[in-house]
Design a protein around this ligand. Structure first.
Ligand code: FE2
Ligand code: FE2
Length: 230
C-alpha cells in the first residue's frame, strides 16, 4: 500500500512536470513571436513525434528548454533560434523506425547508420521554409571528425557572406548540441557510443572546448538539473 502511494506520487509529479514542460514550449512559441506558419508547422511536427516516439518527443522539449535557458542566461542571444532549433532538432527521427529509437539497449551498426540520417532528414523537411532553423537541426551532430550531418558547405550564400549571421547560426548549433549531448547522457544508459564511464563534464569540455561558460552553467542551474530527474 505504502509503495503504491509512493508510485502514485511519483507518477503524479511526472505528469505535473511534463505538463509544465509542455506549457513552457507552447508559451515560448507564442512569446517569441514565431510566424504563424512556423508555429503551426512546429506544433504539427512535434505532435507527430509524440505519437511516433514519446521519449524523443520529451527529449526535444527538454533540449528546447535548456538551449533557450543557456542562450538567455548567458545573454548571447534572445534564445529564439536556440529554442526552435532545440525543439525540432531530432524531428528527422520521424522517418526512423521507432524500434531503432528504443532506449536502454545497444543498437546495431546498421540501425546507427539509419539514425544518423535524421540530421539530413530534418534539414530537408525545414530548409525551404526556415533556413536558419534547418541549419541548426541539420548541424547538431556535426562538430567533431566523428560528427555527421549538415556542415558549413551546405549553408546558403546569404549566410556564408554574412559573418554575423553565420556566427549566430553556429553559436545556436553549438548550444543545441551541448544541451542535446547532456540530455542524452543523463537520461539514457551510457554506452560505448556516448563515451563509456568518463564523467559528463569532462566529456562535454572535450567535445565543446570553446564553450566552457555554457557547460558550467548547464551543469549547475537547478532548473536544468531537475529536468533530468524525471
Ligand atoms: Fe540528434
Ligand atoms: Fe537529440
Amino acid at each position: 500500500m505504502k509503495n503504491n502511494s509512493f508510485e502514485k506520487l511519483k507518477s503524479d509529479s511526472r505528469e505535473w512536470f511534463e505538463k509544465k514542460l509542455k506549457e513552457f514550449a507552447l508559451g515560448k512559441l507564442k512569446e517569441l513571436n514565431f510566424s504563424y506558419g512556423l508555429a503551426e508547422k512546429t506544433l504539427g511536427l512535434i505532435g507527430k513525434m509524440e505519437k511516433h516516439n514519446r521519449p524523443t518527443y520529451w527529449h526535444m522539449l527538454r533540449v528546447a528548454k535548456v538551449s533557450y535557458m543557456i542562450a538567455n542566461k548567458l545573454g548571447q542571444s534572445d534564445g529564439k533560434l536556440e529554442f526552435i532549433g532545440g525543439l525540432l532538432h531530432d524531428i528527422g527521427k520521424l522517418e526512423v523506425d521507432p524500434k531503432s529509437l528504443v532506449q536502454y539497449r545497444d543498437i546495431t551498426d546498421e540501425e546507427y547508420e539509419k539514425i544518423k540520417e535524421h540530421t539530413f532528414l530534418g534539414y530537408k523537411n525545414l530548409k525551404d521554409d526556415y533556413a536558419l532553423t534547418a541549419l541548426v537541426v541539420g548541424g547538431h551532430h556535426g562538430f567533431t571528425d566523428k560528427g555527421y550531418g549538415i556542415t558549413e558547405k551546405y549553408y546558403p550564400n546569404f549566410i556564408k557572406q554574412n559573418q554575423k549571421l553565420k556566427y549566430r547560426v553556429i553559436n545556436a548549433i553549438r548550444t543545441v548540441a551541448i544541451a542535446d549531448f547532456a540530455d542524452a547522457a543523463r537520461t539514457r544508459r551510457t554506452n560505448e557510443r556516448s563515451g563509456g564511464n568518463v564523467p559528463l563534464d569532462d566529456k562535454l569540455k572535450e567535445k565543446f572546448p570553446e564553450d566552457e561558460e555554457k557547460i558550467e552553467y548547464l551543469l549547475k542551474d537547478p532548473e536544468i538539473l531537475i529536468l533530468y530527474d524525471k
